[in-house]
Design a protein around this ligand. Sequence first.
Ligand code: GBH
Length: 464
Amino acid sequence: TVVQAEPVRLTFPSTFWWGAATAAYQIEGSVDADGRTPSIWDTFAAQPGRITGGDTGAVSTGHYERFREDVKLMAELGLSAYRFSIAWPRIRPAGGHGVNAAGLDFYDRLVDELLTAGIQPVATLYHWDLPQELEDTGGWTSRETALRFADYAAVMGARLGDRVAMWNTLNEPWCSAFLGYGTGGHAPGRRGHVHALTATHHLLLAHGLGIEALRAAGATGTLSVALNAGAVRPLTASAEDADAARRIDGLLNRIFFDPILRGSYPADTVEDTRDLTDWGFVRAGDLATISTPVDAVCVNYYQPDLVSAAPAGVLDHGTCYPTAQAVQFHPTPGPVTHMGWSVDPTGLRDLLLRIRRDYGDRPLYVTENGAAYDDRPGPDGDVDDPERIGYLRGHLAAVHEAILAGVDLRGYFVWSLLDNFEWAFGFSRRFGLIRVDYATLERTIKASGRWYSEAITHNGFDLS
Ligand code: GBH
């Protein structure tokens, strides 16, 4: 006789936030509406060869016009929280001179619409769309930009601080610094390892000043920052590969976690980059500002990094990490998504456990996790994307494992609610739980969205 095993059911804490995330430039469109001024992404996307297919965020999903429809879709999914970002160029058109009331009104209406639908608003102040005029005066390589960010944070805290449930000052400052100012693959497209390190410090300073400004404005929500932290793994057990992993872990994770949570830069990373810079951009008092207490730690996770020492003569010039010429990156064996990123939920579990081990027992959130896959028409007008269901199931199981191991993990946000403008890849990659037809801007909940919705209803799901 065949005994049918009972499926294993994973149940989440009753207060767990089941969320989804987006970012302003990736979904809003309406780039000239109501007094918005250009951001570095408008400028960057207008330059030939920067974005796949020459795509731009000018229209994108049209969320700025359709936000009420989108909140209805969130309610249909049953989301407990929605993470969006505020477009700085809609609020501070002059980058510090005057506030644009119409821009503020948009986010005010969005937050109220969410609260009416019973969805917790989670607001990110900076998801990469720097006002172009601030880039024209140096962007994140200029210390002034951090001060302007503090002004902007104060304005937002005063306007939305009574209603936003959680704030992220910055989204993935690593990307802003190392892709925006290091490799030039992201806006503003500047290249140079010293730029990247300088920008890193000014972004961290902006974060600290932003937390102080939100707190001073009386913001009642959880104050945090979203880091694209990773699990950096050595290819072999050799001392050389361990050293390669240490370097990359320093430049990806510890360069952010240490100043924010411990008030100091990692000594080995500072030492590794001494040939490039004397770190003179760090001024007395900065680290005290940067380490002003946060209420939670937020991480965005997609895939682990597998690295080794580069064999003599091999220089990985493609790398975005300063001083990592001695490091080689390797694909993790196994399946990959449409981005070519490996699917490995153990990386998420390890990351969450590591944060607790190295930085203490703090409230944590996974503010982004998800995968790019193409979908296909299913029966009865369905949109089928079984790979995304597999990805989400695996990663939510990893989250559950971390919770069982004692990690104070309070919420999880799928990247993304909607298909959207995937930065340098334009509209060629789809991350959404909801399909967007870019010709008509029609939205259709995918099979993965239905699956997620079921999981939310049951506060858990069957493994297998
Ligand atoms: C997130 O970035 C963003 O927050 C979000 O806006 C975006 O749409 C989403 O993920 C999907 O991309 O290949 O050299 O760049 C994820 C950023 C991408 C950063 C992979 C590290 C690997 C190094 N991560 N990247 S490289």
